[in-house]
Design a protein around this ligand. Structure first.
Ligand SMILES: [Fe+2]
Ligand SMILES: [Fe+2]
Length: 271
């Protein structure tokens, strides 16, 4: 755990990212039905998965594109460097090591580092890869605008079977939903709502909070809805999600909204 202080003093983003990836890994591990000990070991690996970046020059950290050969070599080395750092600490499990070493290897082994071309990427490394990618693309950085959660899910799905293990993506999507918590969505009624809770039995029908009426007016009284609710007369669903909406287009700051209501402990800070 002390190694975490290394990450924090180096870069605030890296610290937040490490914690977020850990949360996602633990949740995915639970959704997969892994045992508590394995989940704990995987979580330790996730906390330290990017520790190999601590020796990067700051300039490299701010620009992941247009890298020189030398810089690219450094990027590709961070799983190995991280494993080296953690090895010296001793008493780190093989599961945690696999998370650190394989979190960029990829289902199709087109990632890095390729240590042994015949070795399949480890299961725990694949889990961490999904968590890592999801957190990375849903966070704003100097060089990228954050994906809206539902766009991020679509992106992960589009890479299932190549970059990502398709079975893990399936479980991940079932876990967070097609419209993850924090997505602003337009409903079939024309109203706008915020997704507040996933529905594990139907990922397209999460629990939502009504925020805007059909004319686009902010509701004075917010109301929580279960989208699996049906009309008693017709038996039809009362509401469905039509599409995700960019909160910025509604001048709505999801992070601020959740923070004000104390519902976003540890949400990543941009930059
Ligand atoms: Fe990494
Ligand atoms: Fe990472």
């Amino acid at each position: 755990m002390l190694a975490l202080t290394l990450i924090k003093s180096y870069d605030e983003y890296l610290f937040n990212h490490s914690v977020n990836v850990t949360v996602l890994c633990i949740a995915l591990g639970q959704a997969l039905g892994l045992n508590a000990e394995t989940i704990r070991e995987m979580g330790t690996g996730a906390l330290l998965h990017d520790i190999g970046k601590v020796n990067w020059p700051e300039t490299l950290y701010q620009k992941p594109r247009g890298l020189s050969d030398e810089e690219w070599a450094l990027v590709q080395r961070h799983p190995l460097d991280g494993a080296g750092i953690v090895e010296k600490m001793g008493s780190v499990s093989a599961t945690a090591m696999e998370v650190i070493l394989d979190h960029h290897l990829g289902f199709n082994r087109k990632g890095y580092p390729i240590v042994d071309p015949d070795k399949d990427p480890g299961f725990f490394g694949m889990i961490a890869q999904v968590a890592d990618a999801y957190d990375a693309i849903t966070t704003s950085r100097v060089y990228q605008n954050a994906f809206e959660p539902s766009n991020a899910i679509a992106r992960l799905q589009s890479l299932a079977g190549t970059v990502f293990d398709p079975k893990l993506i399936e479980v991940f999507v079932r876990m967070v939903g097609i419209y993850p918590v924090g997505s602003l969505v337009r409903l079939s009624t024309g109203e706008l709502a915020l997704v507040v809770k996933a529905n594990p039995t139907d990922s397209s029908r999460p629990f939502v909070r009504l925020l805007f009426d059909r004319t686009g007016r902010r509701l004075a009284e917010e109301r929580d809805l279960d989208l699996t609710e049906r009309d008693a007369g017709t038996g039809e669903f009362r509401r469905a999600i039509i599409m995700a909406v960019d909160p910025a287009s509604k001048n709505f700051d999801v992070g601020k909204y959740l923070q004000e209501r104390g519902e976003a402990a540890g949400s990543p800070s941009p930059g």
